[in-house]
Design a protein around this ligand. Structure first.
Ligand SMILES: C[S@@+](CC[C@H](N)C(=O)[O-])C[C@H]1O[C@@H](n2cnc3c(N)ncnc32)[C@H](O)[C@@H]1O
Length: 353
């Protein structure tokens, strides 16, 4: 039997649990603000609940309660003299600057999508198996795309490619590119706009994401050089490519070893595999804290169950860390794995040959 904690320790811990529970509620309310465009409205000037309701076309009673909660949590400040609420300038990049490098709205939307599979997940805890990709629904996929677009819009051309000069030169000259697990196609469309001499194909398992990717390519006027096809890349790729990319895919894969092998087989001589995956440690104790909780949380709720749903390896979010990436790449027949220097603390970028 475990010994009882002293009341002081128990009290301190219950305080942490209260803080965390409040944070879950704040995140849910932040997501509602994102959906209704309330954060943008709060950037204009400090507002009363009546003003926010009028400007956003929402019910005043809901506006008042939402504003009260967001100020109680410290996302907003409140001036009792004027009854106005303000979104401090320093809070805007995280909450209001859509598409910015610090924006969290996509993560909040993605989290909403995660909780909708909770009953299937609990069943998997009891009986094994997992939760298929198709169970997650539009909030998850749209949130994911808005989240990962931050890297593609602010890092890919600006920082990642300049740190891989051979890859950048090949794109500039014109080469064949395949993006594995392309999702809604943001990375490939960005590349196609920047490097029009190359041609691009995106492969994914999930048809609704591919439809969104095709629409995005057409809107961006790059559909003459980018196409998107449904394909399980671990069963083999139909052509050979100078450049293959996979952004946040390998750790989710049903068969990561097979996937890496197929990628290697599909690379032309001197071709490159550019792989973005999670920056984590193989040692559990080194993944502690908020970032580790975030990674393992996403792992339990998405990355691991989508792999286990198909009797997969279930690496989990932290399972394709640097030593694993080196081991699995060598097993697939690659001879060189270079870590590309970049700033994103959540990810490691690999240039693999
Ligand atoms: C976390 S999402 C990342 C999507 C996109 N790369 C991004 O960064 O927004 C992982 C994607 O990989 C796809 N995927 C996983 N295994 C795959 C496979 N064997 N073949 C093709 N796509 C796969 C999933 O359908 C999902 O869209």
């Amino acid at each position: 039997m475990t010994t009882l904690q002293t009341p002081a320790e128990a009290e301190e811990f219950v305080g942490k649990v209260l803080t965390d529970s409040s944070a879950w509620l704040a995140t849910t309310l932040a997501m509602i603000g994102d959906r209704l465009g309330l954060w943008e409205k709060l950037c204009d000037e400090p507002v009363t609940s009546v003003e926010l309701a009028e400007r956003s076309g929402i019910n005043e009673r809901y506006a008042r309660e939402w504003l009260a909660a967001m100020s109680a949590h410290g996302y907003l400040t409140y001036d009792p003299a004027t009854a106005r609420f303000e979104l401090p300038v320093a809070h805007r990049p995280a909450l209001a600057e859509q598409g910015g490098p610090m924006f969290f709205g996509g993560v909040h939307q993605e989290m909403l999508g995660l909780v909708t599979v909770i009953d299937q997940l609990i069943d998997a805890f009891r009986n094994g198996g997992g939760v298929p990709l198709s169970a997650y629904g539009p909030n998850f996929w749209q949130g994911l795309t808005r989240f990962t677009a931050g890297g593609f819009d602010h890092q890919l051309l600006q920082h990642w490619l300049p740190a891989m000069p051979d890859v950048e030169a090949a794109l500039e000259r014109g080469c064949a590119v395949a993006d594995i697990g392309c999702g809604q196609g943001r990375a490939l469309v960005r590349l196609a706009r920047a490097f029009p001499a190359s041609h691009y194909v995106g492969y994914d398992l999930y048809e609704p994401s591919l439809e969104a990717a095709r629409a995005h390519a057409a809107e961006s006027l790059v559909d003459d050089r980018v196409r998107f096809e449904r394909l399980d890349a671990s069963a083999g790729l139909p052509n050979s490519y100078d450049l293959i990319t996979a952004f946040d895919v390998v750790h989710d894969a049903v068969n990561p070893r097979g996937l890496l092998q197929r990628i290697r087989q599909a690379l032309k001589p001197n071709g490159r595999f550019v792989c973005l995956d999670i920056n984590s440690s193989p040692h559990l104790t080194e993944n502690a804290g908020p970032v580790g909780t975030f990674l393992y949380g996403f792992s339990v709720l998405f990355c691991m169950p989508v792999s286990l749903a198909d009797h997969g390896e279930g690496l989990g979010t932290c399972g394709f860390n640097e030593p694993a990436a080196r081991e699995l790449s060598a097993e697939a027949g690659f001879t060189e794995v270079r870590i590309v220097p970049q700033d994103d603390p959540f990810h490691t970028l690999y240039e693999i040959r």
